[in-house]
Ligand binder design. Structure first.
Ligand SMILES: [Zn+2]
Length: 266
């Protein structure tokens, strides 16, 4: 433990921890919340020296913690913190921080310094550092300020808080998304640059192929319709005509044969 960390004066462990530089994202979890075992369910299994860490957080020990124990205590506080900030009281405490932009503002220029909230991409420890979520552009970004906050584990804030926060405070709803940035060359809008253009061309080629296939199929359908119409027409008078034609042929042949026989006998 450093001199800074050991000289807490009259502060509680929680006040000291939340007051450290780079810990501005944390709110002070209500002691009574931590003392309720129900709220800590399952944490004993993920935090080594769980009871020692809990004693440290609740100022129930005067002993200086070993660095390893201190890190475990920080993990325990972080995991409790992630649960606390999705309670009504926790959400209100984070709201006050949001209102003074304690979590910083969106680095997206199009968002015009809109305030952000911390967000974890995972709910378990050691997966990823905390990120910031902007409700305006609905993106997450790496933390750049305050210094040191970028090292915090994302699990200390969890993946739910950021979104529950805005659902719980509908008055913070963003009326509109920022206008997308428009790339320009010499003042002219750029359409389909680089890979986008290739993709666009490929897409156009695919569209053109699909279009020609559709045209060919249409032509085939039209031809088939024509044939079908001819056959249908044949079923009406055509077939009968053919039979009659055959009959006429027969009659013609018979008449000629009769004529030949008559000539032969004459
Ligand atoms: Zn933004």
């Amino acid at each position: 433990m450093s001199d800074d960390e050991s000289s807490r004066g009259g502060e509680t462990w929680i006040e000291w921890f939340c007051g450290l530089k780079g810990h501005e994202f944390f709110c002070e979890v209500d002691r009574r919340y931590i003392e309720d075992k129900f709220n800590l369910y399952g944490l004993r299994a993920v935090i080594p020296n769980y009871l020692e860490c809990l004693s440290l957080i609740l100022d129930k020990t005067d002993d200086d913690a070993e660095p390893e124990t201190l890190q475990n205590a920080i993990d325990l506080y972080g995991m409790i913190h992630a649960r606390y900030i999705i309670t009504t009281r926790g959400l209100d405490m984070m709201l006050r921080k949001y209102q003074i932009e304690a979590f910083g503002t969106c680095p997206n220029v199009q968002c015009h310094n809109h305030p952000v909230v911390p967000v974890g991409t995972h709910d378990d420890l050691r997966f990823d550092q905390v990120k910031i979520y902007c409700p305006k552009c609905q993106n997450i970004f790496k933390v750049t300020t305050p210094e040191g906050a970028e090292e915090l584990d994302g699990a200390y804030f969890g993946s739910t808080f950021a979104h529950l926060f805005f659902l719980s405070h509908p008055h913070l709803a963003i009326p509109s998304r920022p206008k997308p940035y428009v790339p320009r060359v010499f003042g002219y809008r750029v359409h389909g640059v680089g890979p986008a253009r290739e993709q666009s061309a490929e897409s156009a080629g695919r569209d053109s192929t699909e279009q020609s296939q559709v045209e060919r199929l249409k032509a085939e359908v039209a031809a088939l319709k024509g044939k079908l119409a001819a056959i249908t027409a044949g079923e009406g008078g055509g077939a009968e005509d053919m039979v009659l034609a055959g009959a006429e042929d027969d009659a013609d042949v018979q008449a000629r044969m009769k004529k030949k026989r008559t000539e032969a006998f004459d």
